[in-house]
Write a protein that binds this ligand. Structure first.
Ligand SMILES: [Fe+2]
Length: 392
């Protein structure tokens, strides 16, 4: 167990117009040769053009615009020419995939080999070429995290290392204004669960030391996740129903950014572990799998989290009704389930096609998600299987 906690945020600029600071941020880091990594949608959206115009004449830049929605380790290996080039920084411009792709490229560009050599926690031996991130969604918080996620051998896996935490980020809600409602819904739910699961994570004093800062909940992460939860709860529905609402978009950018910063210092828990397992069994977006697994995960943790749920219920009721909650942790669970129904999410894994016969497999795959389960507030015990069978 660790007696100390570490807080290691990178510089970030947040707010409308933040993107204008990009040349300054790169210049101040001495960047002269930049690789911009993005996907075809961003490349065609006009955002890329803005970035290229901004950087014109300030540095040499090259472009990779082929990030797939869910990339595989072989997609990185295929970039032989880029991997051998001499870049002094990478820019991840886009959603979680583009940012994660940039982190993955930085590992192989610096240390060689292939992604499979670095799976798990702490296998990247030394620092990497710096990655600067500009997210265009309000969800993953990948601009703040020390993990890249990809598919290898048909399974979703991750590489986690403090060396791949982005060197800086720019979070400009203007870039999210044109996101369609479904993307806003799915990415926003991810951010909401980051805030919840970071807030309720197992206390750091009960988490064995590990090579990354998923160290359990602590005073840094608790404050950030609670604040993040308030921003997201206040504006999530509005951002989905009225994407042109600038205040709602700013709140979602702020909330998702803070939530990413929080969970990258605390770790997450059972809802994410279950959702990763379900995500490997059905082809559905991360946010949808999270919604379907929320009931099982949060109710399993109820007996050790009731007080924390009551704190979150107070935030919700303060926003929704202008008054404190009266009734504690159950109000939190009910409000989350009402939200899931209202936004048209599945509320159980069975709504994604899984059945009771899949419960054992789901448990097995969930227990493999040790990156998440080590910081779940309740120790996973024999009751989990029956709990999954009931909740599926
Ligand atoms: Fe997530």
């Amino acid at each position: 167990m660790s007696e100390t906690i570490t807080f290691s945020p990178a510089p970030s600029v947040l707010g409308f117009g933040a993107l204008n600071k990009l040349p300054e941020i790169l210049r101040s880091r001495g960047v002269k040769h930049l690789l911009i990594i993005t996907d075809s949608q961003i490349a065609e959206s006009g955002i890329l053009e803005r970035v290229l115009d901004m950087l014109k004449g300030t540095m040499k830049s090259e472009l990779f615009r082929g990030v797939p929605a869910e990339f595989r380790s072989s997609d990185i290996d295929a970039q032989k020419e880029l991997l051998g080039s001499d870049f002094d920084a990478l820019l991840g411009l886009g959603g979680g995939s583009s940012m994660d792709f940039a982190k993955a490229m930085s590992i192989i560009m610096t240390h060689g080999g292939s992604l499979g050599d670095y799976l798990g926690e702490g296998s990247v031996p030394d620092p990497v070429i710096p990655v600067v991130c500009v997210p265009t969604t309000s969800g993953t918080g990948s601009q703040n995290t020390q993990t890249t996620v990809f598919t290898i051998g048909g399974v979703k896996r991750g590489v986690s290392s403090e060396y791949i935490r982005p060197a800086a980020s720019i979070v400009d809600p203007e870039l999210t204004m044109d996101l369609p409602p479904e993307v806003t819904r799915n990415s926003g739910y991810d951010a909401l669960m980051h805030a919840c699961e970071s807030f309720i994570a197992r206390p750091y004093s009960q988490v064995p030391a590990r090579p990354i800062l998923y160290q359990g909940s602590n005073p840094f992460s608790r404050g950030l996740s609670l604040e993040a939860f308030g921003f997201i709860w206040r504006s999530y529905r509005r951002a989905v129903s009225d994407g042109g609402n600038r205040g709602a978009r700013l709140d979602m950018s702020t909330g998702s950014h803070l939530a990413g910063l929080a969970f990258s210092h605390s770790g997450l828990g059972l809802v994410h572990a279950l959702a990763s397992a379900v995500g490997g069994m059905v082809a559905e977006p991360h946010g949808v799998c999270l919604a379907a697994c929320t009931g099982i995960g949060l109710s399993y943790n109820f007996k050790v989290c009731e007080k924390d749920y009551a704190v979150l219920a107070n935030v919700m009721c303060g926003i929704d009704e202008g008054a404190a909650a009266n009734g504690g942790g159950n109000i939190f669970l009910k409000k989350i389930q009402d939200l899931i129904k209202e936004l048209g999410f599945p509320s159980k894994p069975s709504e994604l096609g899984l059945g009771k016969q899949d419960a054992e497999k789901l448990l097995e795959n969930t227990l493999l998600q040790t990156r998440r389960t080590k910081t779940n507030p309740r120790t996973l015990d024999d009751e989990l299987l029956s709990h999954i069978e009931e909740g599926i």
